[in-house]
Design a protein around this ligand. Structure first.
Ligand SMILES: Cc1cc2nc3c(=O)[nH]c(=O)nc-3n(C[C@H](O)[C@H](O)[C@H](O)COP(=O)(O)O)c2cc1C
Length: 316
């Protein structure tokens, strides 16, 4: 049984990659609350091969992480395989995830991300090349298509090429984040395949998780876990107290400041703003308070804001 199939036997969800968010401190929070595995931010294969420090920085892992998967993007199968081979040797991830879903024009125009959905043959060659080069399990992130819905052609080709898991965001690339993710369509894809499929899109409530599982799918959390890493526990029916939430947010801030200490506190705090906005939105802090907090320039000030708001609307 594949690594992914084994993990999916457990109750719970995996953490989907989010650029600027799924760094080591946040991945560790997700793991602590029971994420089945986590995927780091997308990294361009060419930048890794060129030795770009910013690209390699995205692959830093914390020694405590136990479920680390690296996501690579690129257009050329041999180039992506060469980057994957380097990553496998230096970083030792559990698996390589290939991005075939990114809708950003600067990625798609280079033939990477969702552009691969228009070219099933090249997409399949990429999976086979990465498997050959690394010997690691390969998963693929895709959308229902790029401009058209091509997933029914692409998905079987990826399976035949050796992909062990597909993670499908239930929208086309041209839909971006508009409308609702189509989970029925994701289930229709899974019905064509032997390998497991994880659905992604709009999971905000434990009922959304249960609906995905009832369709026979694995479930990915992305935006629903921002400012709410304990959502991984809640979907499994594990209650998390207001105090535990507050402590988790403060622990996340401390780990984040440690992790980025080499950049200096001001930059590290700026990189936390997205998370802070998430915690305050989940806590229901008023907009004016949120705006003020995001201007905060001291670690003690940010900690005080988290202390005040996270879990505050719930009984302890
Ligand atoms: C800020 C942000 C960054 C993202 N970055 C990536 C990425 O690097 N790689 C990827 O495969 N998906 C990325 N995604 C897509 C998510 O993994 C997920 O499929 C999508 O947000 C839909 O799920 P959700 O509605 O639960 O957020 C990103 C999404 C967001 C909001």
């Amino acid at each position: 049984m594949s690594f992914f199939a084994r993990r999916l036997q457990e109750e719970g969800a995996m953490l989907a990659p989010m650029a600027s968010f799924t760094d080591a401190p946040f991945r560790l929070q997700a793991e602590r609350f029971g994420a089945l595995w986590t995927v780091g931010e997308m990294v361009m294969s060419r930048s890794l091969l060129q030795g770009a420090p910013a690209a390699w920085e995205l692959l830093r892992f914390d020694g405590e992480e136990s479920a680390r998967v690296v996501q690579l993007a690129g257009a050329d199968p041999e180039e992506v395989a060469a980057a994957a081979e380097l990553v496998a040797r230096r970083v030792r991830p559990l698996a390589i995830d290939l991005n075939m879903g990114c809708p950003m024009p600067k990625v798609v125009s280079r033939g990477a991300g969702a552009a691969l959905l228009d070219d099933p043959e090249r997409a399949a060659r990429m999976v086979a090349a990465v498997r050959r080069a690394t010997g690691l399990p390969v998963s693929v992130k895709l959308r229902l298509g790029n401009r058209r819905q091509t997933i029914m052609e692409v998905a079987p080709a990826l399976q035949e090429a050796g992909a062990e898991l597909l993670r499908v965001h239930g929208r086309t690339a041209s839909q971006r984040y508009g409308g609702r993710a189509d989970w029925e369509k994701i289930a229709a894809v899974a019905a064509l395949l032997r390998i497991p499929v994880v659905g992604s899109g709009d999971v905000r409530h434990p009922d959304d998780y249960r609906r995905g599982r009832a369709l026979g799918l694995g479930v990915a959390l992305a935006r629903g876990a921002l400012g709410r890493p304990w959502f991984f526990a809640e979907i499994r029916g594990v209650p998390v107290s207001a105090r535990e939430k507050k402590e988790a947010a403060l622990a996340h801030l401390r780990a984040h400041l440690n992790w980025y200490a080499h950049r200096g506190e001001a930059r590290a705090l700026r990189a936390f703003r997205g998370h802070l906005a998430g915690y305050l939105a989940v806590a229901g802090a008023p907009a004016a308070e949120r705006r003020r907090a995001l201007l905060g320039e001291s670690a003690a000030g940010v900690a005080a804001v988290l202390e005040r708001w996270v879990g505050a609307s719930e009984a302890t």
